[in-house]
Write a protein that binds this ligand. Structure first.
Ligand SMILES: *Cc1c(COP(=O)(O)O)cnc(C)c1O
Length: 365
């Protein structure tokens, strides 16, 4: 098997090609995205009172679900002969675009709000050799400027989730969830920022049902951060604020798609506080062994909140963990630090271990 034959067997375009927009073989740009695990979460299931699974999208090539849309968007841009791409980003779209553009041999510009991009994501953009343009404004301004740049040049592709190819790629996560469970889940809980992903999941679930693979679709529960919850407030938010930088968005570009998902699935969009988000992130890491970034924990934060209020969903629930915890190390380092060193003696080390084992409350079952 030569290299290009091997590549044609990788990634989600290969697996779901008949349900994706057409593109020629030679344009396909893949880094082996998709096929992420659906991880059962027994400890959180017990707290919530439903059977909870985590769709861990942090295990994509650039460590967020953005790679699903990017493989399709970049392949199509290449098929159309584009030379460069641009995106506005809170970080993960930038990291993904930078990687796929490197692979496609295209120039890549990412517009980010100055000082607001998480460390891991900035490092990825630099490593992949994209050009960061820091905007003295918020995400919404960056998106406006990116759209304008694309209007001015016909060899420049916009790879934000307003690009329908992104949604097409992202819908494949819903296919994978149904394949893993052998049925659609009863509920899907996920974070909502620009609302591209909730739009894509709903499209994926309905297409998979209409293709006859499953009989039903889940009820969709979207969660926004309380300081950046335009879909809950019913109007745009001028200065969105939240620790969950990936969903720090005041004017969601795919608002209409989110509303359709909620209405057709009899779902809802609600808000969770930063405190609830960080608590869920911490519980995921310390009780399930799954480390996601703050925004990614919004779905689980929402489920825990509903459980506390006696409104928890029942049956099979899937929560999408959209990005990896290593994306945003500062959030952890701001709250904890490495303990002081101890003497290099057996006694000192034993003391630490005994104390911890007596007090931690962890017991293997
Ligand atoms: C992009 C992103 C989101 C939000 O997705 P939208 O499609 O903008 O709603 C949530 N979490 C992470 C980690 C992201 O990168």
């Amino acid at each position: 098997m030569n290299v290009s034959d091997h590549l044609r067997t990788q990634g989600l375009i290969h697996r779901y090609r008949d349900l994706l927009p057409e593109m020629p073989d030679e344009a396909i740009t893949t880094i082996g995205e998709g096929a992420t695990p659906l991880i059962e979460a027994p400890a959180l299931s017990e707290r919530i009172g439903a059977r909870l699974f985590l769709k861990f999208e942090g295990l994509n090539p650039t460590a967020s679900f953005k790679d699903r849309g990017m493989t399709v968007a970049m392949s199509r841009a290449r098929a159309m002969g584009m030379r460069a791409c641009v995106c506005a980003s809170t970080g993960n779209t930038a990291a993904s675009a930078a990687a796929y553009a490197a692979r496609a041999k295209m120039e890549c510009f990412v517009m980010v709000p100055v000082g607001k991009i998480a460390l891991g994501k900035a490092v990825q953009v630099l490593a992949h050799g994209a050009r960061i343009v820091q905007i003295e404004g918020n995400f919404d301004a960056a998106l406006r400027l990116s759209k304008k740049a694309v209007e001015a040049r016909d060899d420049l592709a916009l790879v934000n989730s307003v690009n329908p190819d992104r949604i097409q790629g992202q819908k494949t996560a819903a296919f994978e969830v149904c394949e893993a469970l052998g049925a659609a889940p009863d509920y899907l809980a996920l974070p909502v920022g620009n609302a591209g992903n909730i739009t894509a999941y709903w499209k994926g679930f309905t297409e998979w049902r209409d293709a006859g693979h499953v009989a039903s679709t889940p009820t969709v529960l979207g969660f926004q951060a309380a300081g950046a919850a335009p879909l809950v407030a019913g109007h745009d938010i001028e200065n969105p604020e939240t620790v969950a930088s990936a969903i720090r968005i005041g004017a969601p570009a795919s608002k209409a798609g989110a509303m359709t998902a909620v209405e057709e699935s009899d779902g809802a969009i609600e808000a969770v506080t930063d405190g609830e988000i960080l608590e869920a992130q911490s519980l995921l890491a310390s009780t399930e062994g799954v480390f996601c970034e703050p925004a990614s924990a919004a779905g689980v934060a929402g489920l825990l909140k509903l459980a506390r209020e006696g409104r928890a969903p029942s049956g099979t629930v899937v929560s999408v963990l959209t990005g990896h915890g290593l994306k945003d190390p500062d959030v952890i380092l701001n709250r904890t630090k490495l303990p002081d060193p101890v003497e290099a003696t057996f006694e000192a080390v034993s003391r630490v271990m005994e104390e911890r084992i007596e007090t931690s409350g962890r017991e293997a079952t």
